[in-house]
Structures are given as structure tokens and as C-alpha cells.
Design a protein around this ligand. Structure first.
Ligand code: APR
Length: 264
């Protein structure tokens, strides 16, 4: 029973900073520069050690709940790049399928395909007053308002939105259970929509689980609020419920589903 209790307490603890954070970050940087994303207009002069130093400086030796978005400014300025026209893709509640569809920048470019997001994606980090980074435990995003990685993703999202242009894409989940498909407290609503500049049209893609439920669509629920917000900002939109490309991707994982057996 004691062992069980210890396990439960440990299980509830958030993990600390990713081990070998620096090596992963710098290795990803070289990978990005030399191999992965040569087709993107990258700044060839970007120095991976400088990027790491700016990133680390933003949160290290500091309380993990007191890192303002502005702390990441130097890193973001140094790593910023333009996203090719008509390629930008945003997502809310659709991390897996949006990235599958984007195909690492080949079809669309998400924040996590840009250098700013690529170097940090899926990593955990937070500061410690004495040792720089805390490798034992980091607060979660919801534990405090200025949590170090939430501030990072907020400023990265704002920067990403200001660097896309032409037609942009937003994938939403019309079967989402925890929240409406479009919610005012999402990163998309708070940091991305307000930062869009050189955009013509927002193409909203609403996906539903193959087995439902169809909670919201292009013509009901919170997606109507989104369409109003888009028009109020002076952009136009196009909204697609379950386009064939998304159904095909979902069917790759569940070929026996009823929707996947219909021959077009
Ligand atoms: N990796 C892991 N988690 C992330 C990332 C990321 N790259 N970016 C954001 N998060 C976290 C945040 O906690 C966020 O609240 O995942 C949550 C995603 O919440 P969603 O409701 O799915 O969507 P949203 O809040 O709109 O955030 C995603 O913001 O980061 C940008 O370009 C990104 O358009 C995307 C949107």
C-alpha cells in the first residue's frame, strides 16, 4: 500500500526539464539548418549556439512561474523566418491530424515546422534559482499564468501568425469533448488570430471523428463565432466540413470504419 501511495504521488508529479535539453536543442538546430528544411527561406547566418544561449537565458535561474512572454524575444527574433505563401496552418484540438496532414512542411507549415517551434517541440523546461534548470519537476501550464513554456508557446504563436501570408488554414475538431471547437481562451484565438497581417482568406477545416459525435459544423456552434471574429478583423473565410483528404487520413488508421468503405 505504501508503495502504491508513493507511486501515485510520483505519478501526479509533473516531470522536470527534459534531460540533455541543450544537446537536443542544438542537435535539432543543426538538423534543421543542414537537412530538414532547406526549402524554407531560412536565415543561413543563424548560429545554433547563439540560439541556445538566447533560449536558455529566457528562463534559466528564474522562478518557473514568472517568465514573461517578452523574455523569449531575443530567441524569437533570431530564429524568425517567413512562411511560404498559402502554406500556413493553425490548429486547435487537432494536433495529431493537423500535423499528419501538414506532413512536416511539405503540404502545410505549422508552428512546429518553423525553426522557432521545431527546436522546442515536445520538450519540457523550467528554471531553478540555483542550478539554472530544474530537472526534477516543472509546473504544468495550468499551474500558473506565466509558466515558462506557456509564455514561450504564446510568444512563438504570435510570431508565427505574423509571419504567414496569403491563404491560411485552421483545423478544428467538431467532435471535441472538453471545449467548443473554437474557444476564446485557445492560443489560436488569443495570440494567432489577432496577429494575422498579410492574410487574404482563412480556410477553416472542421474534422469529425469517424464514429462521431458531430457536435459542431461549419454552420453551427462556436464556429459561427469564429466566422464573425474573422470578418470583424477584415478577412474572409471558407469553411469545409470533413474534406475528403482528411477522411482519407483518418481512414488510414481505421479502414474498417463505415465511412471508409464507401467507394467514391
Ligand atoms: N506542443 C505541445 N503543446 C502545445 C504546443 C506545442 N507545439 N502549442 C501549444 N500547446 C499546448 C497548449 O497547452 C495549448 O493550450 O497545447 C494546447 C493546445 O490547445 P488546443 O486547444 O489544442 O489549441 P490552441 O490553444 O489553439 O493552441 C494551438 O496555437 O501554438 C499555436 O500554432 C499553434 O495554431 C496552434 C495553436
Amino acid at each position: 500500500a505504501v508503495l502504491c501511495l508513493v507511486f501515485m504521488v510520483m505519478g501526479n508529479n509533473n516531470p522536470g526539464t527534459t534531460l540533455h535539453l541543450k544537446e537536443i536543442f542544438i542537435g535539432r538546430c543543426w538538423d534543421y539548418k543542414e537537412i530538414k528544411h532547406k526549402e524554407f527561406p531560412l536565415r543561413t547566418d543563424v548560429n545554433c549556439n547563439d540560439l541556445w544561449n538566447d533560449f536558455y537565458k529566457a528562463f534559466s535561474y528564474q522562478a518557473p512561474c514568472d517568465v514573461a512572454m517578452e523574455h523569449y524575444k531575443e530567441y524569437i527574433d533570431l530564429a524568425s523566418q517567413n512562411v511560404p505563401e498559402n502554406k500556413g496552418m493553425f490548429w486547435s484540438g487537432t494536433y495529431d491530424i493537423a500535423h499528419e496532414y501538414a506532413e512536416a512542411g511539405k503540404r502545410f507549415v505549422t508552428l512546429e515546422d518553423t525553426m522557432i517551434g521545431f527546436l522546442a517541440n515536445s520538450l519540457i523546461w523550467c528554471g531553478s534559482g540555483s542550478t539554472g534548470a530544474n530537472f526534477t519537476r516543472c509546473p504544468s501550464w495550468t499551474d500558473c499564468p506565466l509558466e515558462s513554456s506557456e509564455s514561450f508557446w504564446a510568444s512563438a504563436s504570435r510570431e508565427f501568425a505574423s509571419s504567414v501570408n496569403g491563404d491560411v488554414y485552421l483545423m478544428l475538431d467538431g467532435s471535441r469533448k472538453d471545449k467548443p471547437a473554437y474557444s476564446k481562451d485557445s492560443f489560436f484565438s488569443k495570440y494567432e488570430l489577432p496577429a494575422l497581417e498579410n492574410v487574404n482568406k482563412i480556410v477553416i477545416i472542421v474534422k469529425h471523428n469517424l464514429d462521431g459525435p458531430i457536435k459542431e459544423t461549419c454552420s453551427n456552434g462556436s464556429i459561427i463565432d469564429l466566422q464573425e471574429d474573422i470578418l470583424n478583423r477584415g478577412f474572409v473565410f471558407n469553411c469545409l466540413d470533413d474534406p475528403a483528404a482528411i477522411i482519407h487520413l483518418l481512414c488510414a488508421d481505421d479502414p474498417e470504419a463505415r465511412e471508409c468503405k464507401m467507394v467514391n
